[in-house]
Design a protein. Structure first.
Length: 307
């Protein structure tokens, strides 16, 4: 049972916990009809994923947790995931399945012939979005806070509970809705905390005395893949985990060799690895690489994603 506070962020004009629980209970029969396991909870075991798991427990719905091991997660998060696999089973009889990819991130880079970028995030589709086909999936997607959205917060929250269908996006942006359909992968996705703030998420975790990854106490505010091009701390993360940085460099060397075999005109020597890393992090070009060539290859990657 959630312990009510006199003053809090979760129990305002509408009780966000009650709304989320109501939503989960509403679609549970459909989830069980699609699969005897019930809901497919897609988790990374970051704070948002923990909040979703807590809500499923409070709602007393049937579910199992599925984690895609990306090969790019921090060692701390990997250890925490394994800990939670045992902890949830022992304390709530919740099954946690950890899925390992057929292809590592490093192999993927050398095959795709280009590092993952903000525009071409093929790694997410291959390493994070697998699984849950034909299922009712639950995610911890939330709108990211920004100054432009703050003024329209109440309107966005209201829309989350009224609009039901939208094509699936990869981003936590204002286009996301509380219930979505991904036609490409045959998934129905429920985002029960779409309108929640960071404060809401942490309040629920603390109220229910749930474990969380130690990195949050060390100042981390997100636990994504090390070196993710979406991270504002990309360079810092790579310096903190030098083995991962070296893995990227090795992948770039293999990528360069494969590019040469494919008849590409730049980044075709293993010695280009440091230059690729510099461009990848800072967007600078130390050799005579034409913007048009880069744009063309990005377009090719996008076409590959659609295949």
């Amino acid at each position: 049972m959630v312990k009510l506070l006199v003053e809090n962020t979760l129990f305002g004009e509408y009780n966000k916990i009650d709304k989320a629980i109501e939503l989960l209970k509403t679609y549970e029969p459909l989830a069980i009809k699609n699969h005897p396991e019930g809901y497919y909870v897609a988790s990374s075991f970051g704070k948002d994923s923990l909040a979703v798991i807590i809500l499923c427990i409070l709602a007393k719905v049937k579910f199992a947790v599925h984690v895609n091991h990306t090969t790019l997660d921090t060692p701390e998060l990997v250890r925490f995931t394994r800990y939670m696999q045992k902890w949830l089973k022992e304390n709530y009889n919740v099954d946690v399945y950890i899925h390992y990819p057929e292809e590592s991130a490093w192999e993927l880079i050398s095959r795709k012939l280009f590092p993952p970028t903000r525009r071409a995030r093929y790694c997410c589709d291959v390493l994070k979005e697998k699984g849950g086909e034909g299922r009712i999936c639950i995610t911890g997607v939330r709108w990211q806070e920004s100054n432009s959205r703050a003024a329209n917060r109440s309107m966005l929250e209201a829309n989350a509970y009224t609009k039901k269908k939208i094509r699936l996006n990869n981003d936590n942006d204002e286009a996301r809705k509380q219930f979505e359909t991904c036609i490409k992968k045959g998934k129905h996705i429920i985002n029960p905390i779409i309108a929640w703030s960071d404060e809401d998420v942490w309040e629920l975790i603390k109220l229910e005395d749930f474990p969380y990854c130690e990195l949050y106490d060390k100042g981390w505010d997100r636990l994504g893949c090390i070196g993710c091009p979406l991270s504002s701390n990309q360079e810092k993360e790579l310096e903190l985990y030098p083995k991962y940085k070296e893995n990227y460099l090795r992948a770039f060397r293999r990528m360069a060799i494969n590019r040469r075999k494919k008849g590409k005109t730049f980044w075709i020597n293993p010695e280009d690895a440091e230059e690729i890393m510099e461009w990848w992090i800072h967007g600078t070009k130390k050799s005579n690489i034409l913007d048009g060539q880069i744009e063309m290859e990005l377009q090719q990657l996008e076409e590959l994603e659609d295949e």
